[in-house]
Design a binder for this molecule. Structure first.
Ligand code: SF4
Length: 339
């Protein structure tokens, strides 16, 4: 079966002025990203803020144009197309297939629009339904996410944070998409509400036959919802594996650091000193030469300071580390579902 999305050699940089009178600097937000999204899976993209995960999601949904590379999408007719090269008008039909859910439902929902109109808007933009049919589709989408359609005449501020995120999900689903990119979709919510929204996303995935790209900084959430995980650091994918493998046998020192930061129910499973990365994540305008993680890695050697490691396959994992076969990382993290 074809990949639903295949990202090839994708790079994105931003040009900024240094200070008020300084020269221009180029920031590499994404560097040679290669990634495939399989139909029906939940692929998590995880990393600290500023690692490029949101930029990657926005390039896939074409809210941003990369400098180089391809985003290959295979629609239901089976003919793969590169979304990067499409003009706005050419992209319009595929915007129905690929939808995004955002972190902060309060700022992503227009506060001056009634909930009915917020959910109906994509149907109107794409001229898919009107009149009674439009009303029925909006009501069905709201019901699917647990919002009473009779509340559709209210404004977003009349709803709780969790309910607003449900409305954002209804807006994404009303076009019957194939791929949903959820960008920190539960990060702004209380833990108990997070669990409800994650369970809702799981149910909707089955009901609608969806594929998710789930962008998050929270490995606990990622562990609960994802089938595979891509770990990003400074605009690079440094490790990619199925979720169980990543938790049981991490291969990249940065993944180990992220896993060590997870709270665990049984401290005996993590006897001894925790592994922490040295120092702070470097400013993205000051990307280290060689391995991007070498300034913080406890295993760094001379080669790491000069040669950039490529993503390569070791057993069931893809990892970008020169010494992944020989370094000894702590493993067997608690991969039991969280909520
Ligand atoms: Fe650490 Fe070197 Fe591996 Fe980079 S390549 S993660 S610096 S051991």
């Amino acid at each position: 079966m074809n990949d639903l999305i295949r990202v090839e050699n994708l790079s994105k940089s931003f040009t900024l002025r240094r200070g008020l009178v300084g020269g221009l600097i180029s920031l590499d937000a994404l560097k040679d990203i290669n990634l495939a999204v399989r139909p029906g899976e939940t692929l998590a993209i995880v990393g600290e803020s500023g690692c490029g995960k949101t930029t990657l999601g926005r390039c896939i949904v074409k809210a941003m144009t990369p400098n180089t590379g391809k985003v290959l999408y295979t629609p239901e007719n089976g003919e793969t197309i590169d979304l990067v090269g499409l003009k706005k008008r050419q992209m319009k039909p595929w915007r129905r297939d690929i939808r995004m859910i955002f972190q902060d439902p309060m700022s992503s929902l227009n506060p001056y629009m009634r909930v009915f109109d917020i959910v109906a808007e994509p149907l109107r933009i794409h001229k898919i339904a009107k009149g009674r049919e439009l009303e029925d589709r909006v009501a069905t989408a709201l019901e699917k996410v647990g919002i009473d359609p009779a509340a559709g005449q209210r404004f977003p501020h009349a709803f709780s944070g969790g309910q607003r995120q449900r409305i954002g999900i209804a807006r994404a689903l009303v076009l019957d998409p194939r791929l949903v990119i959820a960008d920190e979709a539960v990060s702004a919510l209380d833990v108990s509400i997070q669990a409800q929204i994650l369970n809702l996303l799981e149910d909707l995935k089955d009901d609608f036959g969806l594929t998710y790209i789930f962008i998050s900084h929270d490995l606990g959430v990622v562990n609960y919802i994802s089938d595979r995980v891509a770990v990003m650091y400074l605009g690079n994918i440094v490790e990619l594996a199925d979720t169980e493998t990543l938790f049981e046998r991490p291969r990249h020192p940065y993944t180990e650091v992220l896993l060590e930061a997870l709270p665990i129910a049984d401290p005996k499973r993590r006897a001894g000193k925790r592994t922490e990365a040295r120092g702070e994540i470097p400013y993205i305008g000051n990307r280290p030469k060689g391995c991007p993680f070498h300034t913080r890695c406890r295993f760094a050697q001379d080669r790491c300071r000069n040669d950039r490691p490529e993503l390569r396959k070791i057993d069931a994992t893809e990892v970008a580390c020169h010494f992944a076969e020989t370094i000894e990382l702590r493993g067997a993290y608690d991969s039991a579902p969280r909520p």
